[in-house]
Design a protein around this ligand. Structure first.
Ligand SMILES: [Zn+2]
Length: 262
């Protein structure tokens, strides 16, 4: 599943490909997309300039010149592919956007869970999401106050986008290992010092993330990349203890039982 660093990278690729260009057509190519891109909305987008592309949490927002917004969620397996109009289309193309000067942007998604939705000017409302972790808005004090209200174990709490935007399952495990905090620790029991360490760890794992690719690619050995994620039974990189897997709220958490403390 694409996490924040990949979505940031995807938004940058999209921005580089289409910002300043004019939309010539916008088409859903799969039944999963038709209800989000009705004919009237698509027609309204034709002829508009793409002003900018931004990312909030794991949502990409494409701002059109009249104030309309294309909201894009990659979900499990979405990604962009860029070709020229007239070239062979890529596999698993779900939505196609073409610009007046011949750039073709395809949302490709083998599992078709992605969503592209067009909002009329003024109609888009950003869901309630917390601060972006790589900005100054993500403060230790703000994080501490938010965690103090949560009784649940810290790992699932980190996945709540209202707490901090864009931390997914992989980076939650990675950050907790980095901060030496056990994933089952009650969120509201963390000392200020540990909250500060966790905040720094979240920033560190996101800043050092391998953004140039998606996870799960065949030619990349995940074991070489992650601190703990997917490394059940492998030695901890800090202390050598075999790592463990813990199911939490339906998701797998990976951790070291020796150097991550409650
Ligand atoms: Zn360890």
């Amino acid at each position: 599943m694409p996490e924040l660093p990949e979505v940031e990278f995807a938004a940058k690729r999209l921005r580089d490909a289409v910002a300043g260009r004019v939309i010539a057509s916008l088409e859903p190519l799969h039944p999963s997309q038709e209800k989000h891109l009705p004919e009237t909305a698509r027609q309204a987008a034709v002829g508009l300039t793409i002003d900018l592309v931004e990312r909030r949490a794991k949502i990409q927002l494409v701002h059109l010149h009249d104030g309309a917004i294309l909201e894009v969620h990659f979900r499990m397996t979405g990604d962009w592919e860029f070709t020229r109009v007239g070239q062979d289309p890529p596999r698993y193309e779900r939505v196609r956007l073409e610009t007046a000067d011949g750039v073709r942007v395809s949302l490709v998604d083998s599992r078709a869970f992605s969503v592209v939705r067009l909002h009329a000017p003024g109609a888009f409302v950003l869901p309630a999401i917390g601060p972006e972790p790589l900005t100054d808005a993500f403060t230790v004090e703000g994080f501490r106050i938010a965690l103090a209200r949560r009784r649940g174990p810290i790992k699932p709490v980190l996945l709540d986008q209202k707490l901090v935007a864009g931390v997914g399952n992989i980076y939650a495990s990675e950050a907790l290992w980095e901060a030496r905090i056990h994933p089952a620790t009650a969120a509201n029991s963390l000392s200020r010092e540990r909250v500060a360490r966790l905040r720094d760890a979240i920033r560190h794992v996101l800043e050092t993330a391998p953004t140039e690719r998606y996870y799960g690619r065949d030619d990349v050995n995940e074991n070489d990349i992650w601190r703990v994620y997917g490394r059940n039974g492998e030695p901890c990189r800090r202390c050598g203890t075999p790592l463990k897997r813990l199911p939490q709220a339906g998701r797998s958490t990976f951790y070291c039982s020796r150097c991550q403390r409650r």
